[in-house]
Ligand binder design. Structure first.
Ligand code: NAD
Length: 256
């Protein structure tokens, strides 16, 4: 289905980004990985699916490095057909205690990076009259939680950016949509589980149950593979006229 297309997934060396990259590769898309940490393992995993894979280590908080990555993508594969803006970080603290540099970093990585990658990817997508921009927002793009001011602000902003990107390209073959996961057990969430277990002197399993119990009626984590299949749907022909949605996959969190 996606043979001959190129997908750039930011923050894809682990977690949700890697899951989405795998699902797109399973449908034949060539993949450009990005993110910190080990890139060799994810690279081998994607290559074993029979597609071409490249890696660029751009720091998504730095516009100049994002620009270099987009040039690298064009040089490797001609253009980016599918852009998944997924890189993200979290920091948890009350507003009055929130470190200013953490606020700046969360906004830069979770929101501004999507603006930069999108503005650089759009011209070639418009020439081809086909493109898919998928923004990985969050349930926190639609509702708030205490102690997550920067994250909630950035994710609400990302949902807004998704709508504007969709509208500006609504008469073209370029679509833009957001995925809004609830809890997914990735390194980003494991850190919050560990902090909760330590603070309350409870087991890791109890901390996970507590975390889920506060928000998700399903009491289940969503998986990166499930989110990957939603990305595949947005890339399919059935997704041609799906524009500007923020689709939650959250075990019922937002149904309450
Ligand atoms: P993760 O920590 O497993 O992955 C984050 C990825 O982003 C990693 O590849 C990391 O190296 C990369 N990254 C971090 N800072 C970067 C930077 N400055 N430049 C480039 N890459 C950078 O986390 P995850 O849970 O897979 O999160 C992926 C996205 O999903 C994030 O945007 C996150 O906000 C969102 N999300 C996660 C959950 C969840 O429950 N895990 C829920 C909703 C939304």
């Amino acid at each position: 289905m996606l043979k001959g297309k190129t997908a750039l997934v930011t923050g894809s060396t682990s977690g949700i980004g890697l899951g989405i990259a795998k699902s797109l590769a399973e449908r034949g898309a060539n993949i450009i990985l990005n993110g910190f940490g080990d890139s060799e393992g994810p690279r081998r995993e994607i290559a074993s699916l029979g597609v071409q894979v490249a890696y660029h280590g751009a720091d998504m908080s730095k516009p100049a490095e994002i620009e270099e990555m987009m040039k690298f993508a064009a040089a490797q594969f001609g253009r980016v057909d599918i852009l998944v803006n997924n890189a993200g970080i979290q920091h948890v603290a009350k507003i009055e205690d929130f470190p200013v540099e953490k606020w700046d970093a969360v906004l830069a990585i979770n929101l501004s990076s999507a603006f930069h990658a999108t503005r650089l990817a759009l011209p070639a997508m418009k020439v081809a009259n086909w493109g898919r921009i998928i923004n990985v927002a969050s349930a926190h793009g639609l509702v708030g939680s205490a102690e997550k001011s920067a994250y909630v602000a950035a994710k609400h902003g990302l949902v807004g950016l998704t709508k504007v990107t969709a509208l500006e390209n609504a008469t073209t073959g370029v679509t833009c949509n957001a995925i809004c996961p609830g809890w997914v057990l990735t390194p980003l969430v494991q850190k919050q589980v560990d902090a909760r277990a330590a603070a309350q002197n409870i087991s890791n399993e109890d901390a996970k149950r507590q975390l889920l119990g506060e928000k998700e009626p399903s009491m289940q984590f969503t998986t990166p593979a499930e989110l990957g299949e939603l990305a595949v749907f947005f890339c399919s022909a059935a997704g041609n006229n799906v524009r500007g949605v923020a689709w939650n996959m959250d075990g019922g969190w937002l149904a309450q």
